[in-house]
Design a protein around this ligand. Structure first.
Ligand code: ADP
Ligand code: MG
Length: 775
């Protein structure tokens, strides 16, 4: 069969004929008129020329110029018309699921749903033998390459938004750089916003660059010092003291200006350390009141919480529709931002609106200047989502979103001076996140982790890789000699946090999978119980009703199960129940879908039988044994364990509530020690929101936790009391040293040997018998 590498049943001539028919249709030509106005269209010939002569090229252009939606179609159309339609297969990668779905839908619509466009994101795909343009996430493409696929059947791979410098993006470029040497057919196109693109050109041995010149209208900048003094709003900052002389000096140096109201505002903003949504609301009112022609206002905020707060503050703006835009929305909710509205369209967005999504009618941009970014702390091996200043490159992108259809204005919630202190470019993600997942997948695909990763555009510090390998050893994913273990092989195939993956594998082996699926889903979701500022006490009492097993995870699991039971009786009851009990219905949904996702992955790994459900009896033989469930949770989380110093030497402590410090009478402090670090410097505190905080009865002085959180103190929010024997069985030699030290047990060496995960299959029965006897 001719060409047909993707299994297309039509020959070149038929594909061409069908495309020519498509081009005659009125609906197609109607859209084409609009498409032709995009700057990308003017560059079409040039683009195809350069591509024809090279195997790799870089394309840059302002956001919205038509790179993503048009260039892949140029490649496709030209090949169809040249009579190669049956064999063409183009992959376009997108950094996020949201953009992969959105762009696939858009391009498919531009081709009148002719079946040539498909998508593939984790756990969901739509493609057929006739798919010629496949939009997938960077992660999907990376896993495909990682599984040994040499892309023999792919003619072009287009890597979009390379300027974002995500770990997956950087690794994909590394894979492709190597693949270009072996696969002589494949062509690679990198697409980037105009940010620091020279590094890609250099990395791909002076690949040719095509710049698509934009058509953006001029955008005026309004910095804090420009508008605040004349705005009828002053940040109030309840409880914030006036700046001291020294603080005042520092403020002047940030503002280059001694306007008192401006300095005070800066002071409040810096003290409150959060985005001032009142100020944003005042700006929006100023804009809508001083302009008679309504248009779009795009507000950049660091996170979902700020988006919610902002939408609340904007409720009273007349003749306006305010909408959220962030990665956690459903595709329908996301699509809402594209719909035309008669009045003002106000969109409160995270940085997803910076480059990957274009909303045409935006005239005003309000930039908070803040972004939440993953920050990895190699000291304690935890990744934190931290709010920080955006880079100047990102600020420029945000500003550029105004003025797409006419001249615009960008209001910035910072001063010129503050902007000049921002980092010029983002630090590549690979240099600031935990690398154990990366190390594991590279171990599987390339063997030598350091050798491979050191060839990335910006290789991470070798010490970071050493740490990652040590963690893999600790998890039992690799042997002390560095060889992949069976557990490691499973973990590499599970698309979840490695610890949760290990928990799932063990949950399947120990036949208590139902609760473990839920527990792992809870740990990968946002908080199940919400705690509104003004109703903290009520919320915490609501949660306390579900308290069980001295465990935050089991408590949440209990509440989730109750919801699931009610759902069988009809959804209206569930909603009321959630409202009464401060349970987030969207988190319930997330947990349900994650459970299903975990389950299907375990099935695809042959760890459990096809057709299993979370409640299948064969998966749940031991699910009612709380001790065993806790042991499995611990096995995944190890060594994230702290020793509780019981009230004997407990001291009073200050409870921090809503920004003010209150002395809580009955509050008890348990001193916790991260047992890996021992007694020195490893002090952590149980967060008052933990159900264990009020617990009076302790069966074991150990708790396992998933995350530590640094605010005023180092807090544990999700603790689970774990049986001592579970630690001895699932912990490593350190556990024996720290835990068994105080116990009378026969043979410590035996416990050390039990850590031999490579032989997990042999040990399972032994462990299960031991656990059954001990717990
Ligand atoms: P780039 O990748 O260069 O940032 P895109 O190809 O994503 O640009 O977008 C080009 C243009 O296509 C946008 O400016 C917008 O006019 C239009 N467009 C993109 N996606 C959609 C959509 N979902 N609905 C309507 N128009 C869209
Ligand atoms: Mg794009």
């Amino acid at each position: 069969q001719k060409g047909g590498t993707r299994g297309d049943d039509r020959n070149d001539a038929t594909v061409r004929l069908e495309f020519e028919k498509l081009r005659q249709k009125k609906a197609y030509t109607d859209i084409l008129v609009a498409r032709k106005r995009l700057p990308a269209f003017a560059a079409q010939e040039n683009f195809l020329n350069v591509l024809g002569k090279n195997r790799c090229m870089v394309v840059v252009g302002e956001t919205g110029c038509g790179k993503t939606t048009q260039l892949p179609q140029f490649v496709l159309d030209s090949l169809i018309l040249a009579g190669h339609g049956s064999e063409v297969s183009i992959i376009v990668t997108q950094p996020r699921r949201l953009s992969a779905l959105g762009v696939a839908a858009r391009v498919s619509a531009e081709r009148l749903e002719d079946g040539s466009v498909g998508y593939a994101i984790r756990g969901e795909s739509k493609q057929s033998s006739r798919t010629k343009l496949l939009f997938c996430t960077t992660g999907v493409a990376l896993r495909r390459l990682g599984s040994g696929d040499k892309l023999q059947n792919v003619t072009h791979i287009i890597v979009d938004e390379v300027h974002e410098r995500s770990v997956d993006g950087d690794l994909l470029l590394l894979e492709l750089k190597m693949l270009l040497q072996n696969n002589k057919k494949l062509k690679v196109i990198l697409m980037s916003a105009t940010i620091n693109h020279e590094v890609f050109i250099k990395y791909f041995n002076d690949a040719p660059l095509l710049t698509i010149s934009g058509f953006t209208h001029p955008v005026k900048d309004r910095y804090l010092e420009d508008y605040l003094p004349s705005l009828p709003y002053r940040p109030s900052g309840k409880g914030v003291k006036r700046p001291s002389e020294k603080e005042r000096e520092a403020l002047v140096s940030q503002a280059d200006n001694t306007d008192e109201s401006l300095l005070l505002a800066l002071h409040v903003i810096s003290k409150a350390d959060r985005v001032d949504v009142e100020l944003i609301a005042a700006l929006v009112k100023h804009i809508t009141e001083s302009n008679t022609n309504p248009g779009g206002i795009l507000i950049f905020l660091p996170g979902v919480q700020e988006i919610q707060a902002c939408l609340n503050a904007l409720k009273s703006v007349p003749n306006a529709k305010a909408l959220p835009l962030h990665a956690n929305l459903s595709s329908d909710e996301q699509r809402a931002v594209f719909a035309p509205t008669p009045g003002w369209k106000i969109i409160a967005a995270t940085n997803v609106a910076e480059t990957s999504i274009t909303i045409d009618d935006v005239i005003y941009v309000i930039d908070s200047g803040k972004v939440k970014e993953a920050q990895y702390d190699p000291e304690n091996g935890l990744t934190k989502l931290e709010e920080q200043w955006v880079t100047r490159a990102a600020a420029r992108q945000r500003r550029g979103r105004a003025g797409r259809t006419k001249p615009g204005i960008c209001y910035k919630l910072y001063t010129r001076k503050q902007e000049s202190n921002m980092q010029p470019f983002p630090i590549p993600e690979i240099k600031r996140v935990a690398l154990e997942s990366v190390a594991l997948s590279v171990k599987v695909t390339h063997g030598d982790v350091k050798d491979f990763v050191s060839q990335a555009i910006d290789p991470p510090a070798m010490s970071a890789l050493d740490h990652a390998l040590a963690v893999l050893d600790e998890l039992g994913a690799i042997s002390p000699e560095g060889n992949l273990t069976p557990m490691g092989q499973y973990l590499a195939m599970l698309p979840v946090d490695l610890r949760l993956g290990k928990m799932l594998v063990l949950g399947a082996i120990f036949q208590c999978l139902g609760p473990i699926l839920t527990a792992a889903a809870i740990m990968s979701s946002k908080s199940l119980f919400v705690s509104p500022m003004d109703k903290r006490e009520e919320a915490s009492q609501a949660r306390a009703k579900f308290a069980t097993g001295n465990s935050d995870i089991l408590t949440d699991l209990n509440a989730y199960d109750e919801c699931a039971r009610l759902r069988e009786k009809g959804t209206s009851r569930v909603r009321a129940f959630c409202e009464e009990n401060f349970i987030s219905t969207s988190t319930i949904r997330d947990i349900t879908s994650l459970r299903q996702e975990f389950l299907s992955t375990l099935i695809s790994l042959n760890l459990i039988p096809r057709g299993s459900t979370p409640s299948s009896p064969s998966l749940n033989t031991h699910s009612s044994r709380t001790g065993l469930v806790k042991a499995v949770i611990l096995a995944g989380l190890w060594p994230r364990v702290a020793r509780v110093v019981l009230p004997k030497d407990a001291i009073k402590f200050d409870r921090v509530q809503a920004g003010t410090v209150q002395r809580a009478n009955e509050a008890r402090e348990y001193k916790f020690f991260d047992i890996r670090v021992g007694d020195q410097g490893g002090r952590v505190f149980l967060h008052p929101s933990s159900v264990l905080f009020r617990s009076a009865e302790w069966k074991s002085p150990f708790v396992a936790f998933f995350q530590k959180q640094q605010t005023t103190k180092l807090w544990l929010r999700d603790a689970t009391e774990v049986p001592i024997y579970a630690i001895l069985l699932f912990g490593g030699p350190v556990a024996v040293k720290h835990v068994a030290g105080g116990l009378t047990i026969g043979n410590k060496d035996a416990f050390v040997k039990l850590r031999a995960w490579p032989r997990i299959g042999v040990l399972v029965n032994q462990l299960r018998r031991l656990l059954d006897a001990q717990l």
